[in-house]
Design a protein around this ligand. Structure first.
Ligand SMILES: NC(=O)c1ccc[n+]([C@@H]2O[C@H](COP(=O)([O-])OP(=O)(O)OC[C@H]3O[C@@H](n4cnc5c(N)ncnc54)[C@H](OP(=O)(O)O)[C@@H]3O)[C@@H](O)[C@H]2O)c1
Length: 269
């Protein structure tokens, strides 16, 4: 059974590829810049000529949709059309519902029409606190986290836990239609900042801004319509839309999800 991992070099795709490789699975790691490793394949959402070759012999696919767009279907449609040999698709969705994004709902419906499908709906990634993400750059450059979510809490999850669930859902028996994935606890940004301060000894403060101001700030990193939708999600989070945890990570992997404190300690450098 060959498994294609789109976004195979990303936050969830990289640990997923490692987990499946360790099990001896036949995988294809999709990337715009494939390394010479035998299991990498060139794949670009924007280049449909790469879709067919990437799908060769593939029965199961992990789908990380095109990033930072409210209109993924024009890019995903040619892929699904080329995926007639695929019997199971696991889509990386989100617990957050982006407003004004019928294209994302359409993508989920198209995936649900595949013979077997499952949608993973994770809460906010702990990886947002690392690397080039705006939350991480704010912490490193100004010792500040900015959002419009105020005291609203999220069930922050380590992308490695999402990958561990994905490995089970891709290779196990016929999967449930969707899985809501969270870490072990919910934390506001302010509580997350306090944990980072405590663990690293470096002061990090939280600043709440309006949805308009957050849209403006995110637009420096992301397309404007997508920034507006993400900032609107902050307002939902403020009202409690993500203040929940589930036991799915432990139910499917047999071990509890990583806590934010552990994650910060592991990534302190
Ligand atoms: N961050 C969160 O808090 C959060 C929460 C819930 C859901 N999500 C969802 O999770 C998904 C992944 O987000 P992420 O930020 O963690 O991204 P990520 O998976 O780390 O994204 C980077 C990956 O996308 C691939 N990629 C980028 N452009 C591509 C293109 N044109 N064609 C093919 N592949 C391309 C990259 O591959 P190469 O560079 O190797 O080509 C890389 O593997 C998003 O759909 C997001 O909505 C995120």
């Amino acid at each position: 059974m060959r498994i294609l991992i789109t976004g195979g070099t990303g936050n969830t795709g990289r640990p997923l590829a490692a987990a499946l490789r360790a099990r001896g699975a036949d995988i294809r790691v999709a990337s715009r810049h494939p390394r010479s490793a035998a299991d990498h394949v060139r794949f670009d959402w924007a280049d449909p000529a790469t879709h067919g070759p990437a799908l060769e012999g593939v029965e199961v696919a992990y789908l990380v949709p095109p990033l930072a767009t409210l209109e993924p279907m024009p890019l995903v449609e040619p892929f699904l059309a080329a995926a007639s040999g695929v019997r199971r698709v696991v889509l990386l969705g989100s617990l957050a519902v982006l407003p004004g994004a019928p294209g994302i709902v359409e993508l989920e419906r198209a995936v649900q029409r595949m013979p077997e499908s499952s949608i993973l709906r994770p809460s906010g990634f702990m990886q947002n606190f690392l690397g080039a993400h705006p939350v991480a750059t704010g912490i490193r450059e100004r010792g500040e986290i900015v959002s419009a979510s105020g005291p609203g809490r999220l069930g922050w999850i380590d992308a490695e836990d999402i990958a561990a669930v994905a490995a089970e859902v891709l290779t196990g028996p016929a999967p449930a239609r969707e899985h809501t994935l969270t870490g072990p606890e919910t934390l506001s940004y302010s509580a997350a900042a306090a944990i980072i301060t405590e663990v690293t000894g470096r002061p990090v403060r939280y600043t709440e801004v309006s949805v308009d101001e957050q849209t403006r700030r995110l637009s420096a990193f992301l397309p404007q319509p997508y920034s507006r939708a993400l900032a609107a999600v902050d307002a939902d989070i403020r009202r409690g839309s993500e203040d929940r945890t589930t036991s799915v990570v432990e139910d499917l992997t047999g071990r509890p999800p990583r806590s934010f404190r552990d994650f910060v300690a592991a990534h302190m450098a």
